[in-house]
Design a protein around this ligand. Structure first.
Ligand SMILES: C[S@@+](CC[C@H](N)C(=O)[O-])C[C@H]1O[C@@H](n2cnc3c(N)ncnc32)[C@H](O)[C@@H]1O
Length: 244
């Protein structure tokens, strides 16, 4: 890398630091889209793994009767409790995901978290924790590989533009909602796709902007096992139709 290019990157990094915005929160609309689909199908409980300072679990609580955030870092979990203090349908557990036991969920989300955990074991545990017909939504971070380059270049160009739009005044500190612990990703997108293919057949993975990928998977089965093959009302007519 030439010294001139290195200087340009350092200048860009300083600019981005001065106009911070959360690449994770940018995916909230996608997660909430899936959350509403799950809720419409009768789902009642969501789990946000590695909930950080609680931004997403707060929004999931607006969709589901019950939302749980799990966060092993004690001070980050305390911040998540403050973020959600006014909500009675939220609980924040201070523990790592591998120690979670008992309950099953209709929606499980990992936003910028999966790369903190052992990939295969985590996907397997998630599969066990999802109720029939439930969904997994991952907004993930992978180790940069040559195939990611087009997305990375587009993200490098767009990042400062979004930064100045969202945070026009220069900042000298990291916003509180962006203070959760971070880690470097070890697996590439291709490696994650391979693991998902084995553990979660039919999972859909896509490279995405701002150094993220998305993974969505629907657990087999119906959220209403008792009436899975029965007839249910058709909302568009007074008749009845068979659920697909
Ligand atoms: C980059 S932060 C993302 C936080 C939040 N999801 C967000 O979008 O802002 C990663 C989070 O994963 C949490 N984490 C790390 N290891 C974990 C584990 N074993 N189980 C659950 N969460 C974990 C970290 O403490 C941290 O809060």
């Amino acid at each position: 890398m030439s010294p001139g290019f290195q200087r340009a990157l350092a200048t860009l990094a300083r600019f981005n630091d001065a106009h911070p915005w959360s690449h994770n929160d940018a995916y909230a609309a996608l997660v909430l889209h899936h959350a509403r689909r799950v809720r419409a199908a009768g789902g009642t409980e969501a789990l946000d793994v590695g909930c950080g300072t609680g931004n997403l679990v707060r929004r999931l609580a607006g969709v589901f009767p019950a939302a749980t955030g799990i966060e092993p870092d004690a001070s980050t979990a305390a911040q998540a409790r403050r973020t959600t203090a006014d909500l009675t349908n939220v609980r924040i557990l201070t523990q790592p995901f591998n120690e979670l036991q008992g309950n099953r969920y209709d929606l499980i989300t990992f936003v910028a978290v999966l790369h903190h955990l052992p990939l295969k074991a985590t996907l397997e545990k998630t599969r066990e924790l999802l109720r029939p017909g439930g969904r997994l939504v991952v907004v993930g971070i992978s180790r940069e590989a040559p195939a990611d380059l087009p997305w990375s270049i587009a993200s490098m160009v767009l990042n400062p533009i979004v930064g100045i739009a969202k945070h026009p005044r220069r900042s000298h500190t990291i916003p509180a909602h962006m203070t959760a612990p971070t880690a470097m990703a070890e697996e590439s997108f291709e490696e994650i796709a391979l693991a998902a293919e084995h553990t979660l057949p039919g999972a859909r993975l896509r490279r995405s902007l701002f150094w993220r990928y998305t993974l969505c998977w629907k657990a087999p089965g119906s959220p209403w096992p008792a009436i899975a093959t029965a007839e249910v009302p058709n909302s568009r007519s007074s008749g009845w139709r068979r659920r697909s």
